[in-house]
Design a protein around this ligand. Structure first.
Ligand code: NDP
Length: 465
């Protein structure tokens, strides 16, 4: 078994990276998603360490894979029948070299330490790419909001925030939403923070418009992902106009991805949730999208109802026994995975490529397995990795923080213009960095290296902390 003690690591850059990876696996057993996220970044950094030995002598890699602080806590609450329920809460404060910790909260039964560590790690590089001053963090709970009443969700959120409030603050750590945490949950969390601390501050983003929220924040991840796809297509003198687009998920990111695709003349033809996927050959137009928003955000229903309501659409239930997801076998030009991690495996990726998909833009975090990513890169399609393509959400959270600090609100047009500009600049950074480091067109390397350099330099400047 590999040693977990801090043994001296290899001196050659390649050995150093392999040694760091081995230590990560030994010190963080049974956290496959965290290993996957770290491996991908370290592989890209092989190109950097050859040119910049200072990152190795400054032990930046060993430091960047270690959370600055990891908080785990009990969340007790009463359900509507008066029964006691106990969940586990987490906050991973990963890296604060370039700003206060920033990243969402996820409420989903699959949440565990390894998943949140992968998300917090990714967030560090993503936030750096936005050009705003935000460190990286992530948190959440294994609480499942599905099937719970509003009062149960409120009691859970109040209990969760009672502990979390000790650790966060507008200049320390600023959480936001993620899977299972939308406007309703942010409202309950904010209310409890305000009650406990007796202060009205920008301690969370994704707030309601009447109490410090920013216009375009709910739309930002989906809109930003589509802007990123448009930037990728521009490099091949192409556009989204008329493109058939697969979208997975049907939550926040998926809904606003569909909306922006419609704005730009594309034809979205699918959506999904954990029960299965719908395919609509006629396309999901604005009227159908409004119906989906009502289904998912107000009624909290299942996507299969879409096929009952719109007769040309078909529904395929999720089938864990299959070695592939039927959603990714539908012929299309572009794919926007927007549900969850590892929703595209190697088989799915080769199905997409052999069906002629030209663009994959990741709205979800790490939706492609390592093999799937390799398939996209080998096929030289336009592949926008999550930490670049879905950075619009956190970028607009950064804009919400700026508006809160100034105590003013920008117009919808102003925020959208800034979001668009940030997505174009993230694409430019990834594109140019990939070229500089000798792998033109490889936006995975571009995003990993582009995000890393700023954080690593800040860490060197700030000494051994
Ligand atoms: P929502 O909770 O609004 O929606 C999540 C969607 O994904 C739902 O349709 C859900 O289906 C589906 N889903 C979740 N888990 C699974 C699973 N294990 N298997 C199948 N389907 C699943 O979350 P968001 O839209 O906010 O987040 C979606 C993705 O985007 C996540 O990866 C998140 O980390 C990422 N992201 C979100 C940002 C944001 O601003 N919200 C910012 C950047 C990234 P069901 O309802 O059945 O659970």
């Amino acid at each position: 078994m590999a040693s977990t003690t801090a043994t001296p690591l290899g001196t050659h850059p390649g050995d150093y990276i392999d040694d760091v990876m081995n230590q990560v696996k030994a010190k963080n057993p049974a956290e496959p998603e965290f290993h996957q996220a770290v491996q991908e970044v370290l592989d890209s950094l092989r190109l950097v360490l050859k040119r910049h030995p200072e990152y190795q002598s400054g032990r930046i890699l060993e430091r960047i894979v270690e959370p600055e602080r990891l908080i785990m806590f009990r969340v007790p609450w009463f359900d509507d029948h008066g029964a006691m329920r106990i969940n586990r809460g987490y906050r991973i404060e990963m890296n604060s070299a370039i700003g206060p910790y920033k990243g969402g909260l996820r409420f989903h039964p699959s949440v565990n330490l390894g998943i949140l560590k992968f998300l917090a790690f990714e967030q560090v590089f993503k936030n750096s790419l936005t050009t705003l001053m935000m460190g990286g963090g992530k948190g959440g709970s294994d609480f499942d909001p599905k099937g719970k009443s509003d009062n149960e969700v409120m009691r859970f959120c109040q209990s969760f925030m009672t502990e979390l409030s000790r650790h966060i603050g507008p200049d320390t750590d600023v959480p936001a939403g993620d899977i299972g945490v939308g406007g309703r949950e942010i409202g309950f969390l904010f209310g409890q923070y305000k009650r406990l601390r007796n202060e009205f501050t920008g301690v969370l983003t994704g707030k309601g418009l009447n109490w410090g929220g920013s216009l375009i924040r709910p739309e930002a991840t989906g809109y930003g992902c589509v802007y990123f796809a448009a930037e990728m297509l521009k490099t091949r003198k192409d556009s989204l106009d008329g493109k058939l687009c697969l979208v997975s998920g049907s939550g926040n990111v998926s809904q606003y991805t569909v909306e922006k695709l419609l704005d730009l003349g594309a034809k979205p033809i699918s959506l999904s949730d954990s029960s299965g996927a719908i395919f609509d050959p006629d396309g999901i137009d604005r009227e159908k999208l409004a119906w989906v928003k009502e289904l998912k955000n107000a009624r909290r229903g299942r996507i299969r109802e879409y096929a009952d309501r719109f007769k040309k659409a078909t529904f395929k239930p999720a089938d864990g026994a299959l070695d592939h997801n039927p959603l990714w076998t539908i012929k299309a030009d572009c794919a926007f995975p927007s549900a969850t991690q590892n929703e595209i495996n190697a088989k799915d990726a080769s199905n997409l490529v052999s069906n002629g998909v030209k663009v994959v833009a990741e709205g979800a975090n790490m939706p492609s397995s390592a093999d799937a990513t390799k398939t996209f890169l080998d096929a030289a399609i336009l592949y926008g990795p999550a930490k670049a393509a879905n950075a619009g959400g956190v970028a607009t959270s950064g804009l919400e923080m700026a508006q809160n600090s100034m105590r003013l609100s920008w117009t919808r047009e102003e925020v959208d213009k800034r979001l668009h500009g940030i997505m174009a600049s993230i694409h430019k950074t990834c594109f140019e960095t990939a070229e500089t480091y000798g792998t033109p067109g490889n936006l995975v390397n571009g995003a990993n290296i582009g995000g890393f350099l700023k954080v690593a330099n800040a860490m060197l400047d700030q000494g051994l902390v």
